[in-house]
Design a protein around this ligand. Structure first.
Ligand SMILES: Cc1ncc(C[n+]2csc(CCOP(=O)(O)OP(=O)(O)O)c2C)c(N)n1
Length: 309
């Protein structure tokens, strides 16, 4: 949820990188819980030797699920303001650590690796290419919402956020189905901003009928479906144990775009990468709740690697 609090083009923002967390000698935890996504601060994601500082307004949150070296009870904004004041003189003239350059090189290298997939012309469309088209189309202050398994991991890797509170996804429990409700709420709260929802086809089904709610209440969210015809992340986990272990996870291609058209919204299906951008333009120009149903390849980004270990 904090993504975008430090704009992702800030020279000291490295996005989600395990290398950074593993090598950090101090971790500052601000107003949030350690969840399973952060492995509760254990098991390889962070150095065993790291010192932990936690700021939280609720005293009982300090040290809730891991030992903390320094706990600070207070409002995050106020405490950070005080810390900046304290640091201003102490850090004056301080040189950038060589580690920062190492991190920069690592993140740049990873980005270059991703560029190959992001520029792929393959059909069915590679999810990274879909994300690139979205990334290049949306405004800097667009609110990006994601819902899905591998879809969300691709989005989290390829898309960027530049403003606080402009990034919403399945959250610490990975709860599918949140995309449409989150996107509706974001559009109601910020009607003048672009709100774009990137949704897996499986998780879309959990709340798809809320398109009707969008229509009744005139909430023009643009939903892009990364339609890999599967509960992809789960299927990839099954495939890691053998093709014969694939059970109940193939969904087939469904014309959700026509479903949204039938309700009175804007819908279109996309099969070729070069058609994504014009479809985004038409969907936003329509001023209606919109569904762009993109036929995508099913490419593992998270679960298969984890399950195969
Ligand atoms: C409410 C809920 N049910 C089940 C899961 C387990 N789960 C995690 S990823 C996933 C597959 C999601 O499929 P889809 O939305 O099509 O996205 P894809 O992985 O194909 O990109 C499932 C079922 C979950 N995280 N939340």
């Amino acid at each position: 949820m904090a993504r975008g609090s430090v704009p992702e083009d800030h020279p000291l923002c490295f996005g989600p990188t395990r290398v950074g967390t593993r090598q950090a000698d101090v971790v500052l935890l601000i107003g949030t819980r350690l969840n399973y996504g952060l492995n509760f601060g254990r098991s390889g994601l962070f150095s065993e030797d790291a010192k932990w500082i936690q700021i939280d307004i609720e005293p009982e949150e300090i040290g809730r699920n891991r030992p903390i070296n320094v706990g600070i009870v207070g409002d995050a904004r106020a405490v950070l303001g005080q810390m900046i004041e304290e640091a201003r003189d102490r850090c004056k003239g301080r040189q950038e650590l060589p580690w920062i350059e190492e991190l920069r090189e690592y993140v740049n290298g990873r980005q270059q690796g991703l560029e190959v997939e992001m520029n792929s012309d393959s059909v069915p469309i590679h999810p990274a290419r879909l994300c690139k088209e979205i990334r290049d189309f949306i405004h800097r202050d667009a609110i990006v919402v994601m819902d899905g398994g591998d879809t969300t991991v691709w989005g989290a890797t390829a898309l960027k956020s530049y403003e606080p509170g402009h990034w919403l996804d399945n959250g610490p429990t990975g709860c599918l189905g949140v995309g449409i409700p989150f996107a509706m709420a974001a559009k109601v709260a910020k009607p003048n901003k672009q709100v774009i929802l990137l949704n897996g086809d499986g998780s879309l089904g959990l709340n798809a009928m809320e398109f009707d709610t969008m229509l009744r209440h005139n909430i023009p969210v643009v939903c892009v479906i990364c339609n890999d015809e599967a509960w992809g992340m789960i299927m990839h986990g099954q495939q890691a144990r053998g093709e014969d272990r694939v059970i109940g996870t193939r969904l087939g291609f469904r014309s959700y775009d026509k479903m949204v058209q039938g309700l009175g919204g804007y819908g279109e299906a996309v099969e070729k990468p070069e058609d994504i951008r014009p479809a985004l333009e038409r969907a936003f120009a329509s001023g209606l709740p919109a569904c762009i149903n993109v036929r995508c390849a099913t490419v593992a980004r998270g679960a298969r690697r984890r399950s195969a270990r």
